[in-house]
Design a protein around this ligand. Structure first.
Ligand code: HEC
Ligand code: HEC
Length: 475
């Protein structure tokens, strides 16, 4: 069952969306009566699906034999479905923060639609990396979009898309009069993208892929009320905006509200790249600096970053030297009521572990060079001593001191481990945008290889380096 998913609200929403979309289409004066019927059926269908999703489901009989095996298989299937739903659609009550407190929905709606300012048009939304789930769009709307007949400069269209639940990782909530009341975010906001199969930024969901186009800082800085940040960090609005602007696309700082370190000592931005949430089964520690397991981090993010309503406990955040902000705020012992996170952690964990690292498309790398690169990776270049195939991280405690990999300790020191986790490399080809290593300090894979060549004194030839790069592109 979808969290906080109230079917009665869908009645309002769908009728509002229906009216809005009709208005948009009529505005374009290109809607034939036949298309109108298709649109109506589309919306009615969506309404039906929403009700069906909200209704308690009967257990489908399974083809496997009775007994423990069958029970386990049924359980696994149920966990997979629930985890996917949570990952894609659950806000954990985070609308209390993003909407009610920050008022971000008002900036998106714009003054003409009951909000503030110019509003966010679909064009602007796509330009800051937000993605649209084509499967959530009614066919009539898809046709209009394909024909260029939908006004992508009008924030009202963004609202219509939000109400269709078509903006990946963002959910809006409505007032009885149909205006936007609030908005929350999901895991999919940062860890899903789309395959662009319909248009750039519009397509089928790709869960687990980091959205390296997403400019989280630019989106958050639109918020009319940044007081929750200024209060917590003890700085003014201008400073908060400067920090948010420093990350750029594909980066976010998940430790800022614990240690208050907004910039590196050298003045550079302190965010980390959004990592993939796939290929993690069998991997011991999660995050660039190995804070804990996947489920540990899910609780951390759901409660302390997304600002969902839940429980998070980690006494390490009471250390007032390493974490002055959380030592004061008590974030290491958060007990929100009601708890909308804890009961979802098991299935959420299960879902992420079930997502394999996507295979590199044939032709996206040179196969002969890949084969030579593999020999180097596992042999003289010594990469596989840490990136042990097929996990591409160490089975066991997969951490290294900054000096071992030849980089500074700034980000490691923001973690209780004070180490860097050996990045699991499978599916690397999906996140080449934004660079490599936790902060994207190496723009290309060749830069990474050159770094190791220098640090480990590998004496790789140019041809060797190229082969290693082709290997990295293909795993
Ligand atoms: C605002 C963007 C954002 C949202 C929303 C978000 N994450 Fe993340 N996630 C990050 C960043 C940034 C990191 C890296 C943090 C670090 O290393 O310090 C991360 C790390 C992770 C990791 C570790 C991946 C690895 O390579 O070990 C997992 C797993 C993960 N997130 C899952 C989730 C889940 C599940 C949710 C929803 C409960 C979620 N994230 C919500 C930005 C986000
Ligand atoms: C001593 C262990 C160790 C060895 C040896 C090692 N790596 Fe790494 N590797 C790491 C760690 C730790 C990270 C994470 C760095 C960070 O978070 O900034 C990493 C990160 C990477 C990344 C970036 C991944 C990403 O998602 O941005 C690539 C690519 C990579 N290594 C390739 C290689 C290659 C190629 C070799 C051999 C030439 C190699 N590594 C040797 C430990 C190692």
């Amino acid at each position: 069952m979808l969290n906080e998913y109230d079917p009665s609200r869908d009645v309002e929403w769908n009728s509002v969306v229906y009216i809005r979309i009709q208005k948009l289409l009529i505005q374009e004066v290109l809607m034939t009566p036949r298309l109108m019927i298709i649109a109506t059926l589309g919306i009615a269908g969506l309404f039906g699906v929403a009700i069906a999703a909200a209704a308690p489901k009967k257990e489908a009989p399974l083809a496997v034999p009775k007994g423990v095996d069958a029970e386990n298989a049924r359980h696994a299937q149920a966990m997979l479905a629930e985890g996917k739903r949570t990952f894609r659609y659950d806000t954990f009550g985070s609308e209390a923060f993003w909407g009610d407190a920050l008022q971000l929905h008002k900036a998106i709606a714009g003054e003409k639609n009951g909000g503030v300012g110019p509003g966010v048009s679909p064009k602007t939304a796509l330009s800051v990396g937000l993605k649209v789930d084509a499967d959530a769009l009614p066919d009539a709307l898809k046709k209009q979009l394909a024909a260029g007949k939908v006004n992508l400069d009008d924030p009202a269209t963004t609202i219509a898309l939000l109400k269709l639940n078509a903006v990946v990782g963002v959910t809006a909530f409505a007032n009885p009069d149909g205006s936007v009341k609030s908005m929350g975010i999901q895991c999919a906001f940062c860890h899903s993208t789309v395959d662009n199969s319909f248009a750039p930024g519009i397509g089928k969901r790709l869960d687990g892929w980091p959205n390296r186009d997403l400019n989280v800082g630019a989106i958050v800085s639109l918020a009319p009320n940044l007081k929750p940040f200024t209060d917590l960090l003890g700085v003014d609005v201008e400073t908060v905006k400067k920090v948010l602007a420093s990350w750029g696309p594909g980066r976010y700082d998940a430790e800022l509200n614990k240690d208050g370190k907004a910039f590196r000592p050298d003045g550079k931005q302190a965010g980390t790249l959004l990592p993939p949430a796939f290929g993690l089964a069998g991997v011991d520690l999660a995050t660039w600096t190995g804070f804990g397991s996947v489920t540990y981090w899910n609780a951390y993010v759901g409660v302390t970053q997304m600002h969902g309503s839940g429980t998070f406990f980690d006494a390490r955040f009471n250390d007032k030297d390493q974490y002055p902000v959380s030592a004061k705020s008590g974030a290491g012992n958060t007990r929100d009521k009601p708890d909308r996170v804890t009961a979802k952690l098991a299935a959420l964990h299960f879902y992420q572990l079930s997502i394999p690292a996507p295979k590199a498309p044939a032709g996206s790398y040179d196969k002969a060079a890949f084969d030579r690169g593999k020999t180097l990776f596992e042999g003289t270049a010594k990469c596989a001593t840490c990136h042990v195939p097929p996990l591409y991280t160490e089975p066991g405690h997969n951490l290294h001191a900054p000096s071992e990999i030849g980089i500074d300790s700034f980000q490691a020191d923001r973690s209780p481990t004070r180490m860097y986790r050996t990045a699991p490399l499978a599916g690397l080809w999906t996140h080449q945008k934004g660079g490599f290593y936790h902060d994207g300090r190496f723009a290309t894979l060749l830069d990474v290889v050159n770094h190791y060549d220098g640090h480990f004194k590998l004496n790789l030839s140019d041809a060797n380096k190229k082969d290693l790069v082709e290997y990295l592109k293909g795993i």
